[in-house]
Design a protein around this ligand. Structure first.
Ligand SMILES: CC(C)(COP(=O)(O)OP(=O)(O)OC[C@H]1O[C@@H](n2cnc3c(N)ncnc32)[C@H](O)[C@@H]1OP(=O)(O)O)[C@@H](O)C(=O)NCCC(=O)NCCS
Length: 211
């Protein structure tokens, strides 16, 4: 899948020295970060069962307009198999959030182009309300600004997604508008609220990170 790429070195848009050393920057190997309570690591095809079981829950899947429900294991595996190529091309970096050796969610930067990327996240409802999504998303935003060449992050949420609204506000995102979009999971048109977050001029809370 990535045979046309050189074997080592940072991927496209990845800083070779982002100023933090707990992130593996080789495009061929897994990304890996630690937060206070979580390990954030590359999701693998072997996580397909778990990913399918989280995303198939209506409270999760209905908020993710790009997926079809039920979200089958084969579909999850195909999505997970695409991550290596996305990393190699520098178009997306997706982190599984792992608590006690169990994947409980995901925070990712997708659609990377021209120093812009899109933040996404989803978590197992069994783990909601404990700050895990906030913890993972905070680390991934820092990774985007300090580890990638991203200057602007965008995000969208369904207008009835209050938990996502609270989280985006906590992260510092500001509303930029709304639009109507088709939700595959709901099989209906929904109102989406758009957000963005501009990279701070200085280091994003990372000791030693470059501006
Ligand atoms: C969006 C989503 C990830 C938010 O999950 P969450 O658990 O509500 O978010 P957080 O991790 O930020 O947790 C915040 C809550 O934890 C509480 N909390 C408890 N302990 C905490 C701690 N140590 N640190 C921070 N917050 C803590 C906060 O007070 C807050 O409570 P509240 O929900 O009553 O206000 C989750 O609802 C989800 O997966 N939804 C479905 C998919 C989805 O909508 N994705 C986004 C599409 S735009």
């Amino acid at each position: 899948m990535t045979a046309d790429l050189p074997p080592t070195g940072p991927g496209p848009g990845l800083r070779s020295n982002p100023g933090f050393d707990d992130v593996e920057l080789d495009r061929r190997t897994a990304l890996h970060m630690r937060t206070a309570r979580l390990v954030l690591r590359t999701l693998r095809p072997s996580d397909a069962d778990r990913v399918s079981s989280i995303l198939s829950q209506p409270d999760v899947g209905r908020m993710l307009g790009q997926i079809h429900l039920p979200y089958l294991v084969d579909e999850a595996r195909r999505w997970l198999e695409s991550h290596e190529e996305e990393r190699a091309r520098g178009t997306a970096y997706r982190f599984g959030a792992v608590l006690d050796d169990r994947v409980i969610g995901c925070a990712d930067i997708g659609a990377i182009a021209e120093q812009t990327g899109e933040l996404g996240f989803w978590f197992d409802p069994a783990c909601w309300g404990q700050g895990y999504a906030r913890e993972a998303a905070t680390a991934v935003v820092r990774f985007a600004f300090a580890g990638l060449e991203i200057r602007r992050l965008t995000a969208t949420r369904a207008s009835d997604n209050e938990r996502s609204a609270r989280l985006l506000k906590t992260l510092g995102f500001r509303e930029t508008g709304q639009r109507q979009a088709w939700s595959h999971s709901r099989r209906a048109t929904v109102t989406q609220i758009a957000y963005d977050l501009i990279a701070p001029a200085g280091p994003f809370g990372l000791p030693g990170a470059p501006a």
